[in-house]
Design a protein around this ligand. Structure first.
Ligand SMILES: Nc1ncnc2c1ncn2[C@@H]1O[C@H](COP(=O)(O)OP(=O)(O)OP(=O)(O)O)[C@@H](O)[C@H]1O
Ligand SMILES: [Mg+2]
Length: 600
């Protein structure tokens, strides 16, 4: 329960709504008690009059009875309706304040949570599953909202109804009050118990439903593979099985719920029974009137719903507390990488690594071991190495997607950690190895790197990345939507859009992590040529290029070779081909392959 205290600052923000809501609830309850008293007065009045007339036993007078009663009863009836209307107005206002408060807090929570998510570092996303994170922001916030809205509202309502009604009841007859109240705690407990059962069952149903959706989603996105391997029937069988489990669980819940309502009505009926029985004896004894019995039956009606609500709200609060525990854990996560507010300006991109080591905290893989090298401003660095040798890791260290464990990285003469987040990352154009395009049009995907880019800039970037002609062939050119709802791009096309996105920033440092792996040699050559021209025009701009093909690296000013996280060779192409080692072996192998291709 303590977890929910974390919400107090949020509620405090809307304290006016909470206070007003409480006031409205109390008022609405006061107006729900008056009708009962009016009913008592009218019944007693009628009974009294009839008795008096019987005593007098005057025929003429009895015939005048209705004309005497009618206006009085109409007045009472009118009053009851008026009270109900006033009560209704206050109930309306209660919802207008308390439920609105809960929606506002929900909005604040959504935003805070989302901002928090965005501030967290990559390593956090590595250890969390996307589905879980989505559940936090939708399901858990939703449950907490149920506590803030209906939870608080019905609790306040139950408390104020109980106080107002019980005080009124005691004023009428304390003993009868006691008997009437006896079954109610049992009712409350039964409801709480059954409600927890229901919640548990609906959780299971919910889980099964999400299993069903995940399964269907995967089948739909993998439909090509399913069809190619003729697995339609099997997937239907699996689906039918899962759907059957879902049906059984739902039927199970429906049965429980079918028992639930009659049980509640029965227990509430017990109170009425007691009133009529014990109250009847009291009327005979002369200590109560018929009107009192009628009044009490109405009071029971008034108490029943809040009592039911207590059982229901208790489970609701328990669920909210469990959700809030998860949310608090999440909010306690701190970004591992922090940037200073302000820092030096990155003027050019000379780069130096000094004894840099890095280990992935979650897997314990020591991906970078003791690496040192230098790159002057305006130069091109080539990185070669077998898969898993740490090339991508090294690239990710430069924009500080991860922080080094040991050693220092300097860029433009300053330590990496001195730069502000914009000071550093705005000057770097990073095209990561795993290309990601948003479900948006091509132009926006490229302009993502520079949101204020003009159409000319977008086209220039597309030309640099040699994707311009492809885009012109698309039906809607730069407005063509890519991704799930749009055209499916080839691997090489995606890579080049990603390159254009990094390049459009005209960054001081352009990092291309193996992004030419899926393009043919001619396209590769065009892009490399464009890169050379770009560097001639922007002599301060450096480029880091990771590649598996020597042809991409040949013109680099400096090449480093990584093997199992260690820097094993460095130098220029000329130096490295003439030195025994990984570079030479790869060079000779690719030379042979190229020769074989030429002979074909
Ligand atoms: N996010 C990560 N979390 C944990 N371990 C990682 C992560 N990324 C990479 N690794 C591990 O670090 C090592 C180096 O990986 P890296 O991606 O840097 O290699 P690479 O040289 O880029 O390989 P490739 O040529 O296949 O792209 C690998 O053993 C890999 O399993
Ligand atoms: Mg890589």
């Amino acid at each position: 329960m303590k977890a929910l205290f974390a919400l107090n600052p949020y509620i405090w923000r809307y304290k006016k709504l909470l206070i007003l809501g409480t006031l409205f609830i109390i008022l609405s309850n006061i107006f729900s008690v008056y009708p009962a008293q009016i009913v008592r007065m009218s019944i007693d009045m009628v009974a009294e009059l009839i008795r008096t007339y019987r005593l007098i036993s005057d025929f003429d007078a009895i015939s005048g009875l209705d004309s005497l009663l009618l206006p009085a009863l109409l007045l009472f009836g009118g009053l009851v309706i008026l009270m109900a209307v006033i009560r209704g107005v206050f109930l309306f206002l209660t919802r207008q304040t308390l439920i609105i408060m809960s929606r506002k807090v929900e909005y604040d929570l959504h935003r805070d949570l989302y901002d928090h998510f965005q501030s967290l570092t990559l390593s956090f996303y590595r250890k969390s599953r996307t589905g879980d994170l989505m559940a936090r922001i939708t399901e858990d916030v939703g449950r907490v909202r149920m506590y803030l809205g209906p939870g608080i509202m019905y609790t306040l309502n139950a408390i104020s109804t109980a106080i107002v009604v019980i005080i009124t009841m005691i004023a009428v007859n304390p003993e009868l009050t006691l008997y009437v109240l006896l079954p109610l705690p049992i009712l409350s407990f039964v409801i709480y118990y059954v409600e927890s059962l229901i919640q548990r069952k609906s959780d299971l149903i919910q889980r099964q439903l999400s299993k069903l959706t995940t399964f269907t989603q995967e089948i739909f996105s993998g439909i090509r593979v399913i069809k190619a391997y003729v697995k339609e029937e099997e997937s239907s069988k699996v689906f039918a099985h899962e759907a059957d489990i879902y049906k059984n669980r739902s039927v199970n819940l429906a049965k429980l719920e079918a028992l639930f309502i009659p049980a509640v009505i029965f227990l509430a009926g017990l109170s009425t029974l007691l009133v009529v029985w014990i109250g009847g004896e009291k009327i005979i004894a002369g200590s109560l009137t018929i009107g009192n019995i009628a009044e009490f039956i109405i009071y029971i009606g008034l108490l029943t719903w809040p009592i039911i609500a207590v059982g229901w709200v208790t489970t609701l609060i328990q669920r909210a507390a469990a959700s809030q525990v998860r949310l608090n854990e999440l909010l306690a996560e701190r970004p591992e990488i922090r940037f200073p507010e302000s820092g030096p300006v990155l003027e050019q991109a000379s780069l130096s690594f000094q004894d840099v080591s890095f280990t992935y905290a979650d897997t314990g893989i020591n991906a970078i071991k003791d690496i040192s090298f230098r790159l002057e401003a305006g130069q091109k660095l080539g990185i070669l190495g077998p898969t898993g040798s740490g090339k991508s890791t090294l690239c990710a260290l430069i924009p500080r997607l991860f922080d080094t464990d040991f050693g220092k990285i300097h860029i433009s003469g300053n330590e990496l950690r001195q730069y502000s987040i914009h000071g550093l990352r705005d000057e770097i154009g990073y095209a990561p190895q795993d290309v990601f395009l948003f479900s948006d049009n091509v132009a926006n995907n490229i302009a993502f790197g520079k949101p204020d880019a003009s159409q000319e800039e977008i086209e220039a970037a597309a030309k640099n990345a040699d994707i311009y002609n492809n885009i012109q062939d698309f039906k809607e050119k730069f407005k063509t939507v890519v991704g799930e709802r749009g055209v499916t791009l080839s691997g090489g096309q995606k890579q080049r859009i990603s390159v254009a996105r990094a390049w459009i920033r005209k960054p001081k440092l352009l990092i291309l992590d193996d992004v030419l792996s899926a393009v043919d040699t001619r396209t590769e050559e065009t892009i490399l040529n464009n890169l050379r021209t770009y560097r001639q025009k922007n002599p301060q701009s450096s480029v880091i290029m990771v590649a598996h093909r020597i042809s991409c690296l040949q013109d680099a000013d400096h090449i480093i070779v990584l093997e199992e996280g260690r820097l094993t060779q460095q130098g220029t192409h000329e130096e490295l081909v003439n030195r025994e080692g990984y570079y030479q072996r790869i060079y000779q192998k690719q030379l042979l392959e190229a020769g074989a291709e030429n002979r074909d």
